[in-house]
Design a protein around this ligand. Structure first.
Ligand code: SF4
Length: 346
């Protein structure tokens, strides 16, 4: 690690070293000096772990305590690098495919849910399955199955390639079309004679953007059935409202989360649409010092898959630059909890 200058306190040394690796020591020091000064941190509330993520992490931890090792996890249990690294250090083995899980082993399905074909494959092999699918994702799967039973043409508003959308599409892939944008709606073919339409939503969409796509679907297919915006989960909705609240008062918003975390990326977009520059950072070390020059009020939040300790780490790092007042803008109190699967509730 590059030596820290005396003016960088020890607890910020790793942050400074990361900047120096990226930009060179002289540039990092110039940026450090330009960023120094007192500031206010406005914490968005709610932020960080949601009930579905807490449950998914708990399932893997309990599986590691109670089942023979190794315990396999299909895909990232939640989309956060730190969570994955911590669970891997405790013995979890993350795989992309069930093919990589040997017969007789224990496998955990991730919080994002799986297509029925994956469940069938697991059932056809000698595997102990623990399902960490968030119950709110399971609810969307049930809606899609219900529409499919009624022979509806189904439109899933979501993001291509995201594990949650892939799992949900798998419930009725022959009659479900993924719709990502208002422009996609215009390109949809007409319904067949006598056919009805329905829609469902990925749980982590931006509430405002999803509303535009749903409005376009309603205009295109009058009478289309759907859940309103209710598929977008409480945690996504609350985090977007609270980031909007802090963005209104901040010169910069920092969102703690991983780049493949849909709800974290949406928080950055929501803050920017509110007119405030916003950055996604994996942790304190990723904050670019240059972005802090002249910024006296920093809004701070974290995606639903990012642990609260990472937010504390950002506040601690910012204290390296000068005194920090911390205040919170809380738009909701969350009391949601989800029970563990029956295999672990004994
Ligand atoms: S973000 Fe929502 S749907 Fe996703 S795990 Fe959390 S509570 Fe469940």
């Amino acid at each position: 690690m590059a030596d820290s200058p005396a003016e960088v306190p020890p607890h910020a040394a790793k942050w400074f070293a990361a900047q120096a690796r990226r930009d060179g020591r002289d540039a990092a020091l110039a940026a450090w000096r330009a960023a120094r000064g007192p500031r206010t941190v406005l914490l968005a509330g709610p932020r960080s772990f949601c009930a579905g993520v807490e449950r998914a992490v708990e399932i893997v931890e309990q599986a590691l305590d109670r089942f023979p090792h190794p315990v396999y996890v299909r895909k990232q249990i939640v989309h956060n690098r730190h969570v994955i690294e911590e669970l891997a250090a405790k013995g979890a083995v993350f795989v992309d495919d069930l093919d990589a899980v040997p017969a007789g082993a224990t496998v955990v399905f991730s919080a994002h849910g799986v297509a029925p074909a994956v469940r069938r494959e697991a059932a056809g092999r000698d595997l102990t399955v623990l399902d960490a699918t968030c119950p709110l994702v399971t609810k969307v799967h049930s809606e899609v199955r219900r529409y499919a039973r009624r022979n509806h043409r189904i439109f899933l508003v979501g993001h291509a390639g995201h594990e949650e959308s892939e799992g949900t599409l798998g419930e009725a892939s022959d009659r479900t079309t993924l719709v990502e944008s208002v422009a996609d709606v215009a390109g949809l073919p007409p319904l067949a004679a006598g056919e009805s339409a329905a829609y469902a939503l990925q749980t982590t969409l931006a509430v405002d953007e999803a509303a535009d796509v749903v409005a376009a679907l309603r205009a295109r297919f009058p009478g289309i059935e759907g859940p309103g915006s209710d598929d977008i989960c409480y945690a996504t909705t609350n985090r977007q409202e609270s980031v909007r609240a802090v963005a209104a008062e901040s010169g910069l918003v920092l969102v703690v989360g991983s780049g493949n975390s849909s709800n974290s990326v949406r928080l950055v977009e929501v803050a920017r649409r509110a007119g405030t520059p916003a950055l996604l950072v994996e942790d304190a070390e990723e904050i670019p010092l240059t972005a802090l020059a002249g910024i006296r009020t920093v809004g701070l939040t974290a995606g639903a898959s990012a642990a609260p300790g990472l937010v504390d780490g950002v506040v601690a790092a910012l204290r390296g630059l000068g005194p920090v007042d911390v205040a919170e803008r809380r738009v909701a109190v969350e009391t949601v909890t989800f029970a563990l699967p029956k295999e672990l509730s004994r």
